[in-house]
Design a binder for this molecule. Sequence first.
Ligand code: CUK
Ligand code: CUA
Length: 621
Amino acid sequence: MKKWVPIASGLLAGFIAATISFADFSSKTDTQTASANNKSDAEKVYVPFGKKDDYYLFASGGHSGQMFIYGVPSMRKIRTIPVFSQDSATGYGFDEHSKKLMGGYTWGDLHHPAFSETNGDYDGKWMFATDVGNSRAAVVDLKTFTTKDIIKVPNTAGPHCAAFVTENTEYMFLPTRFAVPLGQKYESLDDYSSKYRGVMSAVTFDDKNVKLNIAYQVALPPWSYDLSDAGKKGSKDWAVMTTYNTEEATTTMEVNASQADRDYIVLFNWKELEKMVKEGKYEDVGGQKMIFPEKEKGGIYLVPVAKSPHGVDVTPDGKYFIASGKLAPAMTVFSFEKAFKAVENKEFAGERNGIPILKYDSVMEREVNPENALGPLHTQFDEKGMAYTTMFISSEIVKWDPNTGKTLDRVPVQYSPGHSVAAEGDTVAPDGHWLIALNKIAKDSYLSVGPSHPESMQLIDISGKMKVIQSAPVDPEPHYAQMIKADKIKTIEVYPKDSKNKDAVYSQKDTKIVRKGNEVHVYGIAMRSRFIFDAKSKRPDVIEVNEGDHVFIHLTNIDFDEDITHGFAINDYDLNMEVQPGQTNTMEFTADKAGTFPLYCTNFCSALHQEMNGYFLVKPK
Ligand code: CUK
Ligand code: CUA
């Protein structure tokens, strides 16, 4: 087998004690004892036809801009939910509603999906996500697996640190990876320390009107905010996030942002920040309520941590937050209780940018350094509260006890895991049993597809001694995922009739084409196996307009029958949308090309699907 050294910058290279090969892994796994029950690995992941998976896995699609849905334990891909990027398979980004949601952008970089929560448990209703590429936040409705709202987050650049939600979905916090001047105005990088800011946005979700809103923002120092987590139970009013580049480097970041021995965890009390906003302790910045911590004290503290931390994760009991070192080969366990005491007793070791720094020794519970484990990034938990940390550089998952720091188990993965995800892993009561390593590099794991390979997800049975029992290739890029019990998700079978929707028509006789000046509105239906745009016309399946007309095609799928979806494409007009059973969708465009353009159903819907077509005629000026 080929030897492979994980990618490492010059800085990281020093940490790599040994090269890692597939052969080393196989010999280790062979000696592992079979896990508690005596099913074979194949039987454990086999979900026979007629049975369904136990869990849904919602995986970030990274710079694909989408979310990918898998079944666990089969690891079968079930669905792509388009969120931040166009998707012609579902017409997302083409129909009027989704085009508006996308706000003129064509792609996004979706990192951290997060379920809505009730009492610290996933409630299966909504899924949130953020876009690092174009600074947006989105919400997906889990009744239909479709994106319902997207907001642009002003004053910020790259909300990587999110999404993470509080115990009852009061807030989703969006701290940013990149520091920029407020409003993203031009400022010289020579003025970085005084003019640039990292901004955290507190986003709320109004589930009645399905709207995301920004409640307030906090102008933090110009550092990079990386990962974050909300408190639980006793720490539920608090949240933590890691920050690096406290050096305030503006160039050659991989060297300059790694100089200081300590960076920070930002610890904040969102109830306190909420109060400050109510008391008017903010300034208006571009229409947003911006708190400046150097002017208005309270609610925000810095906790020193080993240099350049990456992940920070709160234990299910809400007692500890665990920072992972990235450059330091250690995990640090901090105690919320100790932190609260340190805040109360003002055990400060100075301040930075007006934010008090808590004394490291007052908050730190223990430093954990499993032998030869390198590059800790993210931590998940099982039903007993045991921690599972991904080791990017030594390519393994290490299981350890946050209460003692003792290493309990470890398993190699192929290769270089970023996050891992445990069943119900971010709740107050994780399920245990399954953990999935989200690996950045597949190398020789699958049939070769050229120089670039897919990323890889590996299913690990954690019910006994940890064992990788299944592996699935995945499109870029599974930064994070959440795994929810399948029976918590309640989807609808068809869209119900909506008598208030003036774009919808539900019977053939109501179809019509209405002209207002140079605006043409088509009120049509799609059914097996024809389009009807105007039942009274000589050719009901034909739309004829004049060159330059502004065209609205409102299309309702009147097949109220589960899974009978129709598509609608106009040949050579670069347009395609989808209407799911019972759904009404609108396509809006200018008929700027004269000619004859076939229109057709893109989604195979019946034996006569091939006959489901018509013409879009554009009379020249
Ligand atoms: S980041 Cu990708 S490995 Cu965006 Cu959560 Cu840590
Ligand atoms: Cu309708 Cu194919």
